[in-house]
Design a protein around this ligand. Structure first.
Ligand code: ATP
Ligand code: MG
Length: 440
């Protein structure tokens, strides 16, 4: 069986095209990527652009980053560049850094292991997951190891030659995501591929080929095998790609979301009648809008949004047990974070910011004059304020209060003092009324 597979791999021949004939716009290639390709060639190695950058250029989109495939070994690539660093354990790759731009260089990978006997070369774990994949191969084999046909196109700008091993070009034209090989097997080897399929389907507006789609329906639970640390970055890529709302819908549709945000998913499933949970979809639409407008998006805000529903439930439960609202939020933040990080390992600096965003909501609602300046000076004020606006737009915070917070940022110091005075007046009145009530 193994030899048969190897033989069929050797038989695989790419179809050659010229980039020009496909309307591929070379000016979209970063000059740093060009440098990397050129240096590798000069040293006598193969080098091709591969993956998302070729796919995107064929679609007339500006590539997000540039990936290079080569027959040079990681150590050889590193030696070819002063600014090269080997990273990764599972897949050794070389990052060649030019200021803020990083060109990712990968050595051609060999054919996948089929049995546990191959463990020394490809370590295979439970459920057939590849734990290490550092066996090198030739270009034909490398093309087999790629996830999707549309991601397995190789382009050499020096010769304008484009190599298509799996009919990826036809799939790009059709707008179709097709997994290379057997989807179930490929998802087993690396369940993150399911998230990648969803990400590209949403971002590119592509259809998912039926066997790839059915395999996701049936094997979403494979995601439990993915280390929590790896999922942190994947979640960011999923939701910061500019199509968070479509991504969210697809993740839910394939039952993948529950393996990323189990507590949130549980609540969404039990949507109370007549009380739709509109906060999360609205927040995700807002994230997409910010990205379209070129505004910054931060991981802590995204995770604060995705975990807001569980936080609210924990908070309500704590309040029912007699804790103050403030203590309830703190306790709920602990519970929400502890539960989530076993699934998605959110680094501590981000969980600290999430907590800040959540706790700020309490102070936004209270509007205690003593706290106002403190809040305005908080480094995460802007994030907290944006979060509050979202809550206000779904009725979780008052519109008047939201308007007040917008105004106080815009007015001069005099006006600000007046706003605070009227606030302390009204809060004194509130307190007095309360006292009367309790003494009666
Ligand atoms: P983008 O960079 O636009 O998000 P991309 O397709 O370039 O999309 P990368 O994560 O940069 O994605 O990966 C580069 C290429 O490496 C992919 O196009 C694909 O060929 C291959 N690849 C990445 N991750 C996997 C994986 N989990 N399994 C198989 N191949 C992969
Ligand atoms: Mg890429």
């Amino acid at each position: 069986m193994i030899t048969q597979i190897a033989e069929s791999q050797n038989l695989m021949e790419p179809v050659y095209y010229s980039g020009k004939s496909l309307g591929l716009n070379k000016s979209l290639i970063s000059r740093h990527a060009m440098t990397v390709l050129k240096v590798l060639r000069q040293k006598g190695y193969d080098s091709y652009l591969v993956g998302g950058c070729v796919r995107d250029m064929l679609l007339g989109l500006e590539p997000k980053d540039f990936d290079v495939a080569t027959n040079a070994r990681p150590e050889q690539v590193r030696h070819a560049f002063r600014n090269g660093r080997i990273i990764g354990r599972r897949f050794k790759i070389v990052h060649v850094r030019f200021g803020r731009e990083v060109i990712e260089v990968t050595t051609y990978r060999g054919a996948p292991a089929k049995t546990h006997q191959d463990e020394r070369t490809h370590r295979v774990g439970e459920e057939g997951r590849l734990l290490a994949d550092n066996i090198y191969g030739n270009l034909d084999e490398d093309a087999m190891r790629r996830d999707l046909t549309v991601n397995a196109l190789y382009y050499d700008p020096a010769t304008d030659e484009l190599l298509d091993y799996h009919d990826g070009l036809a799939d790009i034209k059709q707008g179709l995501l097709r997994v290379i090989g057997d989807p179930v097997e490929r998802y087993r080897e690396d369940p993150v591929r399911m998230l990648r399929v969803v990400r590209f389907a949403s971002k590119l507006g592509f259809e998912i080929e039926s066997s790839a789609s059915e395999a996701m329906d049936q094997h979403a639970s494979l995601l439990t095998n993915v280390p929590a640390a790896r999922l942190f970055d994947e979640v960011l890529k999923l939701f910061h790609s500019g199509s968070a709302i479509t991504t969210f819908e697809k993740l839910r549709r394939y039952g993948l979301f529950e393996y990323l945000f189990p507590a949130t998913d549980h609540i969404l499933d039990k949507e109370e009648a007549g009380y739709p949970r509109t906060f999360l979809p609205l927040a995700l639409m807002n994230t997409d809008k910010r990205i379209r407008q070129g505004k910054p998006v931060i991981p802590s805000f995204l995770y604060a949004v995705l975990l807001w529903e569980p936080l609210r439930q924990f908070k309500e439960a704590a309040m029912r047990q007699g804790l103050s609202e403030y203590d309830s939020i703190q306790q709920a933040a602990d519970q929400t974070i502890v539960e989530e990080i076993s699934t998605v390992a959110i680094p501590r600096r981000f969980t600290a910011q999430m907590r800040e965003i959540w706790v700020m909501q309490y102070f936004f609602d209270q509007r205690r004059s003593r706290q106002v300046y403190r809040l305005l000076e908080n480094r995460k004020f802007r994030a907290g304020y944006d979060f509050m606006l979202l809550r206000a737009s779904v009725g979780q915070a008052g519109q008047d209060e939201a308007e007040w917070w917008t105004q106080i940022q815009e007015v001069d110091e005099d006006e600000r003092r007046k706003m605070l005075m009227s606030l302390s007046g009204s809060s004194k009145k509130r307190r007095r009324r309360k006292k009367k009530k309790s003494s009666s």
